[in-house]
Design a binder for this molecule. Structure first.
Ligand code: TMP
Ligand code: ZN
Length: 407
């Protein structure tokens, strides 16, 4: 396969088989039979880790998209911090500054700028989340972000001082068009900040559940350096984050003479140590993914044969990869609890496991709870371990498969 970005030679890493839409939680009678082949490739030239195919964006990000950023306390605090400590200092000396967010979801980040009376615009294709943003008084532009929509935005609102995106650039298959749109929309002294799940964490934690339809790319510092080089942009800073199971924040400028912070070199060198430039690293990763899958399946089979009940915690999009790759059903996992009202009453895509409320789980506790929302472990453990009987055990599979006793 040819690289989607640079047309360089790509080698196959993972083949997870046929997958449904990861976020396609639906009522049993509304199930979608659509499937696509979930395979990953590594580009030997630009070092970009990528999927070979992706469902159409309209299939993934439609009016029913069930993810609302504001439902997570941790993400709400995270975006308050991003606004206060990164975006506001960049615009504080500007006259009538303008900030655009790509993939603005329910306006959780932009609300922090609105409260400082900063001119802002959220760009998002999903009606469900835009309506939520509107109800908070956040301005939005309903569209996918690309070169064409950037032209429309500049015409209507002018260029941006800051463009920001969180967990969205990895969704966009045509990176060249996206970065052309960013260059077009950004002022010559503007800054583009984006943060995404980080490849270094996926490889180190064998968190292969980060691989699903929406994550068309999983970025490293070295792949973003290569993208910037081709697009005439400068990556001048990076910051590691603990959100979404390990992310990287990238700071990009159109000004090629801007001072590059030492963090960029530091993280680049760390990636060389991890081997993120070599196919062998990914080949080894693939073997570890299969080994982890087999270990999960055999643990669940063992518990099943002993008549223990198992439930899941967190009907995450990540869990779709695990459930389908491990070929699990409600036979092995009786239900999955989740705090998102829109997901309760639905079944998990492909594996048809009922999604129930957290209250239901507390009233009908299983013997074992498998933690699918592992990126929220601290918040979930501190909340649930008070309620749960000491008989219940957690199953964790990140970084390693382990059973944990409460208390
Ligand atoms: P995320 O990893 O994409 O943020 O999704 C986390 C999922 O886990 C989301 O469906 C909400 C659910 N969740 C709970 O059910 N309880 C919790 O305490 C937390 C933090 C998340
Ligand atoms: Zn490439």
């Amino acid at each position: 396969m040819k690289c989607k970005f640079c047309a360089g030679r790509c080698s196959l890493v993972n083949d997870f088989g046929d997958m449904p839409i990861a976020n396609g939680f639906a009522r049993l009678e509304m199930l979608d039979s659509y499937r696509f082949r979930l395979r990953t490739f590594f580009c030997e030239e630009c070092k970009l880790f990528q999927l070979s195919e992706q469902p159409s964006p309209e299939r993934m990000f439609n009016k029913n998209y069930p993810f609302f950023t504001g439902q997570s306390k941790k993400m709400t605090e995270h975006f308050e911090d991003l606004a206060r400590n990164k975006i506001l200092p960049l615009v504080k000396n500007k006259q009538n500054p303008f900030v655009v967010e790509i993939g603005s979801n329910d306006g959780t980040l932009l609300e922090n700028l609105k409260s400082h009376k900063i001119r802002h615009l959220g760009v998002d294709p999903s009606e469900s989340v835009n309506l939520r943003a509107k109800s908070r008084g956040v301005s939005y532009f309903q569209s996918f972000f690309n070169l064409q929509s950037s032209v429309d935005i500049v015409k209507k609102y002018g260029q941006a001082d800051v463009i920001v995106a969180a967990n969205v650039i990895c969704h966009v298959s045509d990176l060249e068009d996206l970065f052309k749109g960013v260059s077009n929309l950004l002022h010559s002294d503007g800054v583009f900040i984006f943060e995404e799940p980080y490849l270094g964490d996926v490889i180190e934690k064998v968190s292969f559940d980060q691989i699903y339809d929406e994550h068309y790319y999983i970025f490293s510092v070295m792949s973003i350096l290569n993208i910037c080089k081709k697009m005439g942009l400068s990556l001048y800073n990076v910051e590691r984050l603990d959100t979404h199971g390990g992310s990287m924040r990238f700071f990009i400028s159109k000004d090629l003479s801007k001072l590059v912070e030492s963090n960029v070199q530091k993280e680049y060198e760390r990636e060389l140590t991890l081997g993120l430039d070599k196919f062998e690293t990914f080949s080894y990763f693939e073997k570890k993914c299969v080994k982890k899958r087999d270990a999960i399946v055999s643990l669940l089979e063992d518990l099943n044969s002993k008549d223990f009940t198992v439930a899941g915690y967190g009907a995450t999009s990540k869990s779709t990869t695990i459930l389908n790759f491990c070929n699990l059903s409600k036979h092995e996992i009786q239900y999955i609890c989740d705090s998102t009202p829109q997901k309760v009453g639905c079944v998990t895509p492909g594996s048809n496991i009922p999604v129930v409320s957290t209250e239901f789980m507390r009233q009908n506790p299983p013997d074992y709870l498998i933690l699918f929302a592992w990126n929220h472990e601290a918040e979930i453990f501190s909340k649930e371990n008070r309620h749960l009987s000491k008989e219940v055990k957690w199953i964790k599979f990140i970084p390693n498969l382990e059973v944990i006793q409460i208390g």
